[in-house]
Write a protein that binds this ligand. Structure first.
Ligand SMILES: Cc1ncc(COP(=O)(O)O)c(C=O)c1O
Length: 432
């Protein structure tokens, strides 16, 4: 017979089992658990000994690093460290409160105005998080009578924002403007306002959308257009100004230029740049800005200095572009599958099976190469990959070394998984 329980113990148990049920939904955690059973070491949450550059140091050991977003090799730049130190001396480590009520510090507006100038648009608003920028902006700007047409590979933050808004959501096949146009034809008229949402450079595939066509479609179907430049800002265009510079487009053609500040700007946070009216609307209403603390002034100062360095030293952007193209060509020469990548900062090496991608990353890590596997649920099952982030700090030698190792270890990783599957074909399926 079961022991009688006090009401408190019963409540505790039911809360705990509720939590366990929630936990079992975490696909990443399940994958890690499954991998552990197969002898796979968890590649997530590793603690670094110092700033990660072309190499990283983890547990005292040096690794060739392809897992950091610092595309322009700016993190630890002495001028940024100096700007941060000065801002910390003057303003401390926190904005103290929401900027709406707690007030601003000079680095906030300096950064926003520099970004607006870079695009040649009227204004810009910087949020404390890149993810929150998308969630809060889309969630606040659109409502149940509106429609959000988004690329099938749009980042989680864009989808969360779309969901929060309550607008009708239409996902179109990745980078397929014909598919988008068919959806617009069928559904645009049913809604009051509409927005098309895309990325400037896709974070999983490393490819670029047809922005001129998206602009034509947005005009033809009376939509707004939001371009998330998390991975194209600092990467595309002759001076790193992003997708509009790459395509030679007037930035006013796009309603909302969004980017994170955590990649090329090696800080943290996100922004929306566009018309003065739009920015004013967000500054007084967007919950992720109004009800959240302002970006720490030290971070704003760091990002502002990074922006200045990017414009002053365009050779960083050119080096990144050259080394990314080299990576793509060398990978193709080796017979590796780079998917849809166009050779700008992000290049995946397609593996297919999630577990094989995990084992490949493990094998590479053991020989001193740090690159992350991207598996389900971040990508569809069967489309797992290793995602390489390139940086202006990488050399051709380092890339050859990395890709030679991938070519050698890829069949071994697949073999480990195949053997395991053969040996465990009769095991009962673990239904969670
Ligand atoms: C396309 C895209 N948008 C938004 C974000 C969120 O930015 P952050 O990590 O700076 O919060 C990311 C993060 O990787 C991203 O890839």
């Amino acid at each position: 017979m079961k022991d009688p329980q006090t009401p408190q113990a019963a409540a505790h148990e039911s809360a705990a089992s509720g939590f366990n049920r929630m936990r079992s939904k975490l696909s990443f955690a399940r994958l890690v658990e499954m991998g552990a059973k197969m002898g796979l070491e968890n590649p997530l949450f590793l603690c670094h000994d110092r700033a990660a550059k072309a190499t990283a140091q983890i547990g005292g050991k040096e690794y060739l690093n392809f897992s950091t977003y610092d595309y322009l090799d700016l993190n630890t730049h002495p001028e940024i460290t100096e700007a941060v130190t000065e801002a910390a001396r003057l303003f401390g480590s926190s904005a103290g409160a929401s900027r709406l009520v707690g007030g601003e510090r000079p680095p906030h507006r300096q950064l926003e105005q520099a970004i607006a100038r870079l695009y040649g648009v009227e204004d810009c608003i910087a949020y404390v998080s890149g993810h929150a920028t998308n969630v809060s902006t889309l969630g606040f700007m659109f409502g149940p009578r509106d429609a959000i047409f988004y690329d099938g590979l749009a980042h989680n933050s864009l989808m969360q924002g779309a969901r929060l808004s309550g607008a009708e959501r239409y996902s179109y096949t990745h980078n397929d403007c014909d598919a988008l146009e068919a959806l617009l034809k069928a559904h645009r008229d049913k809604h009051k306002r509409a927005v098309i949402v895309t990325e400037g450079l896709f974070s999983m595939d490393g490819n670029i959308p047809d922005l001129p066509r998206l602009i034509r479609l947005k005009k033809q179907y009376d939509c707004m257009l939001l371009v998330d430049e998390a991975h194209s800002f600092g990467v595309l265009g002759a001076t790193g100004r992003g997708a509009h510079e790459y395509f030679g487009i007037d930035a006013h053609e796009v309603d909302m230029w969004m980017s994170t500040l955590s990649k090329s700007m090696c800080g943290c946070g996100g922004f929306i740049a566009g018309s003065g009216e739009l920015v004013e609307f967000l500054r007084y209403g967007s919950p992720g800005f109004v009800f959240s603390v302002g970006m720490p002034p030290i971070v704003a100062a760091a990002c502002h200095k990074a922006l200045e360095l990017m414009l002053r030293e365009p050779q960083r952007v050119h080096k990144l572009q050259r080394i990314s193209q080299f990576f793509l060509e060398y990978a193709k020469d080796k017979g590796l599958d780079t998917g849809a990548a166009q050779g700008y900062a992000i290049v995946p090496i397609m593996v297919g099976d999630s577990m094989a991608a995990g084992f490949l990353a493990n094998l590479l890590f053991k020989r001193g190469l740090y690159v992350m596997p991207i598996t389900f649920p971040a990508v569809k099952e069967g489309e797992a990959r290793l995602r390489f982030f390139l940086s202006a700090a990488h050399s051709e030698d380092q890339i050859r070394q990395a890709l030679d190792a991938v070519q050698e270890d890829l069949p071994r990783a697949r073999e480990i998984v195949e053997t395991y599957k053969r040996e465990h074909a009769d095991d009962p399926v673990d239904e969670q």
